[in-house]
Design a protein around this ligand. Sequence first.
Ligand code: GLU
Length: 451
Amino acid sequence: MPETVRFAPSPTGEIHIGNARTALYNYAVAVQTGGSFILRFDDTDVERSRAEYAAAIEADLAWLGIEPSRLERQSERLAFYDAAADRLRAAGALYACYETPEELERKRALQRARGRPPVYDRAGLALTPGEKAAYEAEGRRPHWRFRLPDGARTWDDRCRGEQMVNLDSISDPVLVREDGTYLYTLTSVVDDIDMGVTLVVRGEDHITNTGVQIAIFEALGAAAPDFGHHNLLTRADGEPLSKRDNPLSLTRLRAEEVEPMAVASLAVLTGTSHPVEPVADLAALCARADLASISRGPATFDPADVERLNAALLHEMPFEAVAPWLAETYGVTDPAVWAALRGNLGRRRDIGPWIAILRDGPAAVQPGSADRPVLEAALQALPAEPWDEGTFKGWTSAVKAATGAKGKALFMPLRLALTGEEKGPELGPFFLLLGRDATARRLEAALARAG
Ligand code: GLU
């Protein structure tokens, strides 16, 4: 069945890799079922929502490869919420309350002191028209609570199996603030009904909300969608990721030129029964994403995995995947350059200095005088062109035979002469790229400097 899903971030900050997990699981369901993915900004909180954050979230999703089928902003849909709130008021399911935050806090303190759970006492429900008028005359404005029905709500969670929330132990939620603005608890249900959402995939921190929202669906006369609550990515110290985890914000990772598929693979595969490994493209990752494979425990996430997966992806990345970028950034169009250098990259931009070394010669360390015999033999044994994959092996074997040098004593002087660096990409393909003239020039220059 084609599922209609949505990703509903509040644009109050940069989204992080944990939010990417939610977005990607929703997207994967849409792709797998031939359904649709709605990007819906929960931006009714006018004080904290910012257009820049919404724009950044759109760009982050595009970077991951997610193309929403539809984009909505709750701030543009207030008439729907007004109508729903009116319906609930008319049915007696939404009632006015006048307590101040301080009064509510006093009530809770008293309940706790008596050993009772701090559940709202529904005083608002008992107010007479006269009492309400008296509050209004004092200048108080009401906030509006939803009267939760009695009992529990259960559902068959796509990630967690049978779930139950006992509504008797929850305070009637505020759905409309004093200033008339709506809380997400209501707006989300109204939109899910209106947009025909069939499945809500979100973090397990929303499980209690789901019990409440199922009751709101009922009160609005609509069938609730299915739900799947995934575990949350937590840092190694057990703390959840928050919007303050800036190094893990998608905007930051994007600016750092991390590979989007490294981030997406981690976001989807961490905390599941699948191995955490890089998957090269989003379609393949979506095919692997399975709500039922998500573990019940927290998904512990090591930021170092970003680097690990990023490097692993680059080491296997085909030339076609980087061709436009290589041409534009470095003017490189030869697939052999990518093939020779990719195995040494942690980030794709690490290739820059190696392209410079390839073109302009070694910049840093040079061989010393002890390396002369190897360098001299290397220059002598340098074969005529054309070269092929076997040339490097033949050449170094000849140098080894001439000097008796092997292992590091053989390869380090050559590496230093050709690259100027003690570490770097595999020498054979690099040598092949350089070709005879450049290799000879570098060996001669190294000999001149080796003294
Ligand atoms: N704005 C909510 C959040 O970011 C949406 C939760 C939901 O998907 O319903 O947590």
